[in-house]
Design a protein. Structure first.
Length: 66
């Protein structure tokens, strides 16, 4: 979050894209870590609540083709 001017939500995922940690509204100049995470998604603040994300869910990624 160094240099950022706004808060974000973070979703930490394991190798199977299972949510292992959620961080809501991480403020600028703050850090968040998760040892078991292999991937991190940065989302707009409020996205975790809007999309109803919960720990243990497995994300599916759909490929978009034009």
């Amino acid at each position: 979050m160094f240099g950022m001017k706004f808060a974000i939500d973070l979703v930490f995922l394991d190798a199977n894209l299972k949510i292992v940690k959620l961080v809501k509204s991480l403020k600028p100049w703050r850090l968040a870590r998760c040892k078991q995470a292999k991937h991190t998604m940065e989302l707009a603040e409020g996205s975790i609540i809007i999309h109803g994300l919960i720990i243990g869910e497995i994300l599916m990624i759909n490929e978009y083709k034009k």
